[in-house]
Write a protein that binds this ligand. Structure first.
Ligand SMILES: [Zn+2]
Length: 211
């Protein structure tokens, strides 16, 4: 029996395996690489839909994407590892280095350009106290936003900060990776590494030269 099944309760709620939020026990679509169950994925879809009607939420949605993706690491795999790395680098750049959520999107594209092999980061046992349900609650409903843009942005930043703190065991590695695309003010941009993670991959044998 799954962990979710063991912990289901009479109200029909089950915990998301990744963020641990109690969500409706429903059948529905999930994402191939994101680890959420159907109830949590539906809550995320609700938040995305609200962003269309709420400019304040839309402005911070790239950071919400980072928080959701990093919190929903899924199971070990190449694409899952890449996802966790790039979203944590983006959170680091935004929260610690003052970059904007839109810049974070560019950093992710830079990091993924060469489709790098990414070391799997052991996920935290505690995913942090803030989940997508807290943001859905803040952002209002289909009738329109109930919070100011500032309050919504602050809630999303709290969520991202909670996720970032949960991954503290890997902060040094993530910051080193962030140095390549989003160096701290005054620091030189690092030479790009072709592999995410502490274990260097042997360089391929050079085949260039005059022919
Ligand atoms: Zn979840």
């Amino acid at each position: 029996m799954s962990v979710a099944g063991e912990r289901s309760n009479v109200s029909g709620l089950v915990p998301c395996p990744d963020c641990h939020a109690l969500v409706p026990d429903v059948d529905g679509p999930t994402h191939a690489d994101i680890g959420a169950n159907a109830g949590c994925w539906a809550a995320w879809g609700q938040l995305q839909a609200r962003a269309y009607a709420d400019p304040g939420l839309a402005a911070v949605m790239p950071l919400a994407v980072d928080a959701y993706a990093a919190q929903h690491h899924g199971v070990e795999g190449r694409r899952q590892a890449q996802s966790v790395w790039v979203h944590l680098v983006s959170i680091c750049a935004i929260l610690e280095r003052g970059r904007s959520p839109v810049e974070g999107m560019r950093f992710k594209q830079d990091l993924l350009r060469d489709d790098p092999v990414s070391a799997w980061l052991a996920p935290p046992a505690d995913p942090g106290a803030v989940t997508v349900l807290d943001i859905v609650g803040t952002a209002g409903d289909a009738a329109g936003p109930t919070a100011t843009a500032e309050a919504t942005a602050a809630a999303v930043r709290r969520w991202a900060a909670s996720v970032w703190a949960a991954w503290s065991a890997h902060h040094d590695a993530i910051r080193a990776r962030a140095d390549e695309v989003a160096p701290p003010p005054g620091a030189a941009r690092r030479t790009r590494n072709r592999r995410f993670g502490p274990t260097p991959r042997p360089a391929p044998r050079a085949t260039v030269g005059p022919r």
